[in-house]
Ligand binder design. Sequence first.
Ligand code: WTA
Length: 656
Amino acid sequence: MSDSTIESVLQEQRVFEPPAAFSEKARIPSMEAYQKLYDEAAADPAAFWAKLAEQELDWFEKWDTVLDWQPPVAKWFVGGKSNISYNCLDRHLKTDKKDKTALIWEGEPGDSRSLTYTELHAEVCQMANVLKDMGVRKGDRVGLYMPMVPEAAIAMLACTRIGAAHTVIFGGFSSEALRDRLNDAEAKVVITADGGFRKDKPMGLKPAVDAALADNAVPSVTNVLVVQRTKQAVDWTAGRDVWWHDVKPDASTDCPAEPMDSEALLFILYTSGTTGKPKGVVHTTAGYNLYTHMTFKWTFDIKEDDIYWCTADVGWITGHSYIVYGPLSNGATTVMYEGAPRPSNPGAFWDVIEKYKVSIFYTAPTAIRAFMKMGDKEPNARDLSSLRILGTVGEPINPEAWMWYRKVIGGDNCPIVDTWWQTETGGFMLTPLPGATPTKPGSATKPFPGILADVVDTEGNPVGVNEGGYLVVKHPWPSMMRTVYGDDARFRRTYWEHIPPKDGQYFYFAGDGARKDEDGYFWVMGRTDDVLNVSGHRLGTMEIESALVSHPAVAEAAVVGRKDELKGEDVYAFVTLENRYSASDELKTELKQHVVKEIGAIARPGEIQFTDALPKTRSGKIIRRFLRNLASDEEVVGDATTMEDQSVLEKLRQGS
Ligand code: WTA
């Protein structure tokens, strides 16, 4: 966040009560009701979750132990058996929901499709049977590299149905990134499409899969299941590649859901951390199901007739928890949109809301800021009166954008839920409940019932009112990540050792800075580590640095975030070159392209600055703080006397 934003947040005094008419009908209708739930949960979290697990989910076998907590390893609902695909589909078929629309899909060039719960169930069973025919078994991993089409959700539900874990790799990642992730997960099958549509243009996905698998680079993969979307020509590897439309007609629509242990691996989702290697965040079956179910139900106050739309991509945790599993477990109607707003169609989002009478809309601050910049004309020209709740996620929202969202999109009448959470947390951690919580622009307000969050110093002591500190969680919750796939030590180190346990109290360290105000409202200030948040996408600076130094011209690279009005942050790279190379605009372009090849377009540096040297401490550590200041054209703050070579800063300031 920029200093001016921090200042405006600190001065933020506005409070918006939920509209009375909204609260009257809400599931959690008042702060008293919230507080009662919160207190009940805080007094005995395990009992609180056990009661909900009983009420809200179907089980093949009940658990014996609600919570087995051997810090930092938590096991929830031990001994129980359930299946998330069953809870998202089969159980609804026994009710009136069987003919309800489960999924509405709006495709980019105007295609659309909708599936009822019965239809979705049938297709999921068919794909599950195809996966079984390919030899996928309980415990295996399946990689998904998909555009935003119904088959992406179908594939996820098909995997979990048979007890195979999916690992979805965002379609914007390059073949190199795809290969690394498939190898780490040792995926048996990859589900992909010929391509997808992005901003009016078809783009290929299958070619990236081919490149990732070339020369047997991912030996675990035996088959590739390909959905036809764009009808682009694709290369074909006989014996390995299978068209979905070829095998679907013969696949049975019956495939019983596999009873899964509560702690069985559900999915792996790779996310950026502070080292060069992305980490596979592990989520397991029952706890994740329960927590995404409850947070979706209460935070979005879901009602039978709601049409819910989350604009995220299924390649991110938001898509997992709040396009697919949370909504479907609740038997809601979830909208999936393939496109993105673009210059040729700046009203695209508002058209979707108007067309489907969307009542709950969930998007990211970066999108809101982009729309705000485009002006009120487009949204004002649509009927957005179906909306009743607005949500945001991904980064701190600046109060100006929050106010615009409320007024122009929500007609001053829709509660805004600013949800703070992470890939690691599985579901919302800090969030208003729309019928209960008075909101303040820029604050994610209060913890969800059952979440014991705090802001502490490096020793775990709570900091004072309005003092900055580290955001932590002090008690396990059902959808917390269980480990880093294949690397328990990294899990402990990254999340549980930053703030050492004290008197038996463990602290889950989120990596975010925050403060709590006089009303106990949390204000998340952003990452405190070397993770960037570019348009709500998480990127590790080390990952981008590794990509840069893998180019022969680069000797050293240091990547920092530069403040950006629209994206929140942009990637700014300082690069020193090997002697035989000299700086040029062509080389800049080439290096940017190299990062795109290594990681994907989301990581493309906005700016590369060549320099003869990087500012370092006497022990040789790059002083990133200075670089961040330089990138954002700010005064360099802090003590420069520890620097090895004082002239480096001056040179950098002059742009070399
Ligand atoms: C940031 C996305 C402020 C935060 C669900 C976190 C937020 C990271 C908010 C996780 C919010 C997410 N306010 N910051 N409402 N939501 N963040 O894993 O820095 O892609 O640590 O999960 O996004 O990003 P991730």
